[in-house]
Design a protein around this ligand. Structure first.
Ligand code: MTE
Length: 323
């Protein structure tokens, strides 16, 4: 098991500079606001506790016609192994996660790097609601009204260089907050990656909420990735680091079982999982008792139904091999 505890001496001077810059900018903004008599907008971190409602979310066309899975369904049947491997473990155990304050380190091949408050990363952008179909590799699915912003709008602000071919993501490591990190269920931290064009695709979200509320801990508070044309495990939760990298980065399930889970992990019903079919899925609506077992069965579509939007990203690739 790998637990990385950062000592003060490990902190790079670039990180310190970035933090100072944040603090300076804040005091500058506060001074400017005071001088003009304008009250500063409440920080994005306002809805910091689960259940708090966002007031400024723009509705979008995405998923207008879909019937979303209930809030109870979305928040009580989860995969978040840092809190246990059972589907109800995250809801029971994730109260120990402290999502506020939260910062993300931006690293690698970009003109700007450093550590930034989540608040500062999200606040300049309009929050949107996108109702996406989400397909889990275990052949169940939900329809989830996410609140978030396109990942591209955050990434662009750091001016990635031409060496940035992929984006790598890391979840928090802190055994006090994430008690199942005591156990070597997966190598910690949970890591994931996207190719640059996937990360920049307009469908790819940095999500901070669900059903109009701040992200519940069990769903990856305070911030997670959402890539609706890929299997759910690409949606890394509770992100603390985003790096622009030159080579394909490691991805937790791909490291764990490379024959079963590839790096791309596109929803592709033509290619079965070695142990089960990927041709259909149980759609969890959140109504009824046993969550997945008796949920209605629906056909799984290529790229989870987002083929028109994303198939061009993979032109010329053999998706049976590069799964
Ligand atoms: N992120 C972290 N850090 N740890 C995890 O165990 N599980 C993944 C993904 N992100 C996971 C994670 C898997 S397997 C799935 S299916 C989705 O989160 C589930 O997201 P949900 O619980 O919000 O539906």
């Amino acid at each position: 098991m790998l637990i990385r505890i950062k000592k003060a001496s490990d902190v790079k001077s670039s990180e310190i500079t970035a933090k100072e810059a944040i603090l300076n900018r804040r005091s500058f903004m506060a001074a400017a606001a005071a001088a003009s008599g304008v009250a500063l907008l409440p920080a994005f971190a306002g809805p910091a506790h689960a259940g708090a409602k966002f007031s400024n979310v723009k509705k979008t066309k995405w998923g207008e016609a879909e019937k979303p899975t209930s809030l109870d369904g979305v928040t009580s049947y989860n995969n978040f192994y840092e809190f246990g491997t059972g589907k109800t473990d995250p809801k029971e155990n994730a109260h120990s996660l402290k999502p506020n304050p939260w910062s993300i380190e931006i690293a690698g091949h970009a003109e700007k790097t450093g550590r930034f408050d989540l608040d500062d990363l999200i606040r300049p952008h309009q929050l949107e609601e996108r109702i996406y179909r989400m397909r889990c590799v275990e052949a169940w699915s939900m329809v989830i009204p996410w609140v978030g912003i396109p990942l591209s709008s955050v990434l662009k602000r750091f001016n990635p260089t031409s060496k940035a071919k992929y984006v790598a993501f890391e979840t928090l490591v802190d055994v006090k907050q994430m008690p199942s990190q005591k156990f070597p269920i997966l190598p910690w931290p949970y890591v994931e990656g996207l190719r640059m064009d996937e990360a920049m695709h307009p469908l790819t979200l940095l999500a901070v909420g669900v059903h109009g509320e701040a992200m519940p801990n069990q769903n990856g508070a305070p911030v997670r990735l959402v890539v609706p044309w890929k299997y759910g495990f690409k949606g890394i939760k509770s992100i603390v680091k985003i790096s622009f990298v030159e080579n394909q980065p490691p991805a937790s399930w791909n490291i764990q079982a490379p024959r079963e889970y590839g790096f791309y992990s596109n929803v592709y019903p033509d290619r079965d999982h070695p142990r089960w079919s990927q041709g259909s899925e149980r759609r969890i609506t959140g109504e009824g008792g046993l969550k997945a077992l008796f949920a209605p069965k629906v056909q799984t579509l290529r790229f989870n139904g987002y083929e028109e939007e994303v198939a061009s990203l993979y032109q010329g690739m053999d998706l049976m091999e590069l799964f």
